[in-house]
Design a protein around this ligand. Sequence first.
Ligand code: UD1
Length: 429
Amino acid sequence: MDRIRITGGEPLNGTIPVSGAKNAALPLMIASLLTEETLELHNVPRLADVALLLRILGNHGVDHAIAGKRPGQTAETGQSIRLKAGSIIDTVAPYELVSRMRASFWVVGPLVARMGEARVSLPGGCAIGTRPVDLLLMVLERFGATVDIDAGYVLVRAPRGLKGAEISFPKVTVGGTHTALMASVLAEGTTVIDNAACEPEVADLAQCLIKMGARITGAGTSQIVVEGVARLGGTEHTVLPDRIETGTYAMAVAMTGGDVLLEGAQPHLLQSALDVLTQAGVEIAVSNAGIRVKRNGAGISPVDVTTEPFPGFPTDLQAQLMALMSRAKGTTRIRETIFENRFMHVQELARLGARIRLDGDVAYVDGVERLKGAPVMATDLRASVSLVIAALAAEGDTMVNRVYHLDRGFEALESKLARCGARIERISG
Ligand code: UD1
């Protein structure tokens, strides 16, 4: 299993290109199930989760082709993938595949919408809390499907097609909103989705569906209205930049000091996180080229942050913020409201010398002067990268184990950091 060795203490200076968003690319790829025509996606990040989803979609009968490099493109230019679900050959999504990536459960919506049935494995446990799918199943029932659970699988049937419905989510759910969108576009009649997730990745999916012929208004707000259509066609779509990757590197620069342009980053996708960094004393400058993050000399000021659905501070940046605040001049309070049990990184950050106290859903981080390198490992994607951030500022060597979590969500992490001066290397095997 690969490991990453980081020797801390170097400031970051230079340019980091921002990749396409994993959390947008995955539902966009799944949307290819909704049409027999070709969906061509550009700026798709090269990630383990993308490769796994291609396998899962292939199992349902989706052919794919990855375009070769064009002149001027580099190893970091996102890839273009053509997906064609000419015919769906299998409506079963097996346990072996779904259990490795929760988002693959989202195939359930398009499969039922197009084929009238789906048999999808329940995703099972996860390192960051229970993460149920009850609201996704509620959505399908509201559309008139029957839902049965059998031997760890969800069997969803709607032999006479789905009917538009009024859906009001009791809590904001990204996956629930994606499912409602992808099921409603081919449902008969009107669907109104209230308390919808406003995340930019939902709006990106909706924009692509509109290009495919769907009739959707309000995506990106808390009320989305969909008029069902009989069929969708193919289109081309460019995946939006990854706001979590952007915020992660912004925090890395804040941690080490230095001056980095996050090329292609779009500030409106992560304004709440940029505001928190400004409060912490980091300089943020926005231009057409992206977001420039700078910290020279001044220390890091503590902050008080609560994770919230978009446009609030994202839960997917909580672990990274905690790493940064481990060296702040004072005590930071971080409240996690989206996922229970999303403090798994605390124990590992402590191994590097961070001082963090937990009280229910609140973490208090007492900033320390120095962190010290140590072997660490993490149980999820965002937690792993928080250890990388801490290691970049720790004295001596840190060995980050279980790197496959990073490969799931961060494209070319080592080369992006190394080109800005970080001492970071992957050790294979
Ligand atoms: C997506 C993101 C993930 C991010 C999360 C919150 C992808 C691939 N993943 O995950 O990176 O951290 O949004 O921004 O885009 N819930 C239920 N019942 C359900 C569904 C969800 O109770 O049926 C709860 C969850 O346990 C959680 C909350 O709703 O407490 C929000 O989860 P949700 O927005 O659905 O997260 P995901 O879509 O799984």
